[in-house]
Design a protein around this ligand. Structure first.
Ligand SMILES: C[S@@+](CC[C@H](N)C(=O)[O-])C[C@H]1O[C@@H](n2cnc3c(N)ncnc32)[C@H](O)[C@@H]1O
Length: 305
């Protein structure tokens, strides 16, 4: 027994030294109670072990640890994804990448009718979509759940990230996804068929980017954030052989830093993609660049090297 008088939920929140929303999220997490309950019962005492757990998490939050690592989840596209220190905390900007992917996927090819039935059934082969550097799996899982006519493959260099992504897929009842560990394209088994779409939110900071010292980024895996002296190295590795991995008419969509639009468009064009554009995020900053493999098939077909 500590001998301290029991503290109320409101008192814990007031003494946390955190923005209200952060303190509230931690209180919800440690109490297992929803926000409305905490508002209605704020003057009631919290039991000592729960109050101590809150104090410990509040101290970690004050030191800059992302809220998502403390609570163990982050919302993305209206779903709760489990996260841990092996994966990037999902960003709202990446919802824009998923929206752009959904917009550029060909319309669903369905509408055959089973004999004697009014129900439309899928007849076409599923569209093949690849998420490179899947992290917690947010992109692959969200796409797989958005359209039942997609066949998703997802890769990551980090085995721990893939464990997290697969657990999210299972918990969210996503359709089957093919998961592979390895370095960008080398992760795919030889002979993997081409894709209708490749999506990636790769690391795009330079190794010496001062932002890596920000309290907000310091706790996230460096391999998810930085990729070389320029910050464009991962994007270049993904883009250079892209024609060998896309079907004619297929799309590549990349999230990148807000100052990298011009460089990324340049790489996409040099790699032979057409219809190259950069899309802005909600703050009006360059954030996503995309390009399309021209629809005309070429002979001989480019092969993976
Ligand atoms: C910016 S994070 C994005 C994670 C997730 N897609 C998202 O949007 O939240 C980049 C991801 O790429 C992975 N990665 C870094 N280098 C890689 C490589 N050489 N090959 C494959 N994946 C890599 C990291 O492990 C990390 O999960």
């Amino acid at each position: 027994m500590s001998g301290q008088p029991a503290r109320s939920w409101d008192a814990l929140q007031a003494a946390a030294g955190l923005p209200r929303l952060d303190a509230r999220a931690l209180l919800e997490h440690v109490s297992g109670r929803p926000r409305e309950w905490l508002v209605a019962h704020g003057d009631e005492p919290a039991i000592a072990p729960v109050a101590e757990q809150f104090d410990a998490l509040a101290a970690r939050r004050r030191a800059g640890e992302p809220l998502a690592y403390l609570t163990g989840y982050r919302e993305f596209f209206g779903r709760r994804f489990t996260v841990n220190r092996h994966v990037l905390v999902p960003r709202p900007e990446t919802e824009g990448l998923v929206e752009a992917a959904l917009k550029h996927l060909p319309a669903r090819q369905i509408a055959a009718q089973a004999p004697g039935s009014r129900a439309a059934v899928d007849i076409a082969a599923p569209l093949r979509v690849l998420d490179l550097g899947t992290g917690s799996g947010i992109i692959a899982i969200t796409l797989a759940l958005a359209r039942s006519d997609l066949c998703l493959t997802a890769t990551d260099a980090s085995a721990q990230a893939l464990v997290c992504a697969q657990a999210n897929a299972e918990r969210l009842s996503a359709p089957p996804i093919d998961w592979y560990q390895g370095d960008w394209w080398a992760a795919l088994p030889p002979g993997t068929p081409r894709f209708d779409m490749v999506v990636s939110n790769p690391p795009y900071l330079a190794d010496d980017d001062p932002h890596l010292d920000d309290p907000a980024l310091r706790h996230e895996p460096t391999g998810a954030l930085a990729c070389g002296p320029q910050g464009l190295e991962a994007i270049e590795q993904i883009v250079a052989p892209i024609l060998a991995h896309l079907l004619p008419g297929g799309w590549l969509l990349l999230e990148h830093g807000f100052k990298q639009g011009l460089d990324v468009r340049d790489r996409l064009t040099q790699a032979g993609l057409s219809e190259v554009v950069t899309l802005a995020d909600l703050q009006g900053l360059d954030r996503i660049s995309l390009g399309r493999r021209p629809c005309i098939p070429v002979w001989p077909e480019p092969v993976p090297v």
